[in-house]
Design a protein around this ligand. Structure first.
Ligand code: DAH
Length: 345
């Protein structure tokens, strides 16, 4: 009996590694241990042996039964592992870097960089100033005296007198405020650098506006200032033409509309129109203010207005980004909804 069992077990052990599925395994198991299985058949012969031989034969059967059970257990474990691996998909290499979404630039950053790139090509440098300012820089030096309506508390954020401010100095009794325009950087530049000069100052500005689709208490401007001898409106017009063509297409045009700002004389509103703006094509759209630097501004900065002339402009960056991308609500820029932002990848 033993050689017979040994041969059966060897045969089963040789066949088991080729089994590839549960149905195959079940058929295999039945071939040996099922009611009509080969091992079952040997087991049945024990009853026919003389009583004296039965205990030894029984012991042998039990031993082989354990070998078969172990073979079945190993095989089913192997099949289960294979099934699980198949479900899990291809093997993962844990040494590879984790996949991370690619970052993208905020549409306002993109607009700012484009404006800066355009003006850098024509000799402008970048200038900067603090967002927290003094009344003098935001108003007085820009020829906006204390009784001017632009200083109205309605549209300017003033800081309490007790606010500790370390890096912006002020005159006695002067108040701190959040700058209401980037024109402050004109003054800071004129006090720091000697003309002739050409600077561009993009930055954050603040007003007590009620927030709606076109107003935000926090927005961005880009200020330009060119100071030289005999600068005229022709130079201003050339600069803004260059800007709108770079931003809104080669067919873009500008229109200077008479206006008033205390720090420019003459002053204009700049309108532009372009055939390449989708549903805004060929409409006159307002971009911001500009003009020739008022002699009073030069005086405030200890420059001789008989010697120096200049042009300046201040445009809204949100306005530029909105027109370019056909966005109709300024609040999108500040809500940081990734579904909105990802469109600018
Ligand atoms: N600072 C003005 C504003 O915020 C815009 C402006 C107008 C800027 C005329 C200028 C300028 O530089 O020349 O409304």
């Amino acid at each position: 009996m033993e050689p017979q069992l040994t041969a059966l077990l060897a045969e089963a052990r040789a066949a088991a590694p080729a089994l590839a599925s549960r149905p195959e395994f079940e058929a295999f198991k039945a071939r040996y241990s099922g009611p009509k299985g080969a091992f079952t058949a040997v087991m049945k012969t024990v009853g026919a042996l003389p009583p004296a031989e039965r205990p030894i034969a029984g012991k042998l059967i039990n031993q082989f039964k354990q070998h078969f059970e172990a073979l079945y257990a190993d095989t089913i474990a192997r099949l289960e592992t294979a099934e699980l691996t198949a479900q899990l998909g291809p093997a993962i290499d844990p040494t590879l870097p984790a996949p991370s979404p690619t970052g993208l630039l905020h549409p306002l950053t993109q607009a700012r960089r484009e404006v800066c790139a355009l003006f850098r090509k024509v000799g402008f440098t970048l200038a900067d100033g603090p967002e927290l300012e003094t009344e003098w820089f935001n108003f007085d030096a820009l020829n906006t005296p204390a009784d001017h309506p632009a200083r109205n508390e309605q549209d300017t954020f003033y800081l309490p007198d007790s606010t500790p401010v370390g890096n912006v100095s002020r005159h006695a009794n002067e108040r701190f405020l959040l700058r209401s325009h980037t024109s402050t950087v004109q003054i800071r530049t004129l006090l720091r650098e000697k003309p002739p000069l050409r600077v561009l100052a993009p930055g954050r500005t603040f007003r007590r506006d009620n927030v709606d689709a076109t107003h935000s208490a926090n927005f961005h401007q880009v200020e330009g200032l060119c100071v030289d001898r005999r600068v005229t409106v022709v130079d201003l017009k050339a600069a803004v033409d260059y800007l709108v063509r770079g931003l809104f297409g080669p067919g873009a045009q500008t229109r200077l509309r008479p206006s008033f700002f205390p720090f420019t004389e003459p002053s204009f509103e700049l309108d532009f129109s372009s055939p390449d703006l989708g549903r805004l094509s060929n409409k006159w759209l307002e971009l911001g203010g500009c003009g020739l630097v008022d002699p009073e501004v030069f005086k405030a900065c200890n420059l001789n207005p008989d010697e120096w002339t200049g042009y300046a402009f201040g445009f809204g960056l949100e306005r530029i980004a909105m027109v370019r991308a056909g966005i109709d609500d300024i609040r999108h820029f500040f809500q940081n909804d990734l579904r909105f932002l990802r469109q600018f990848a």
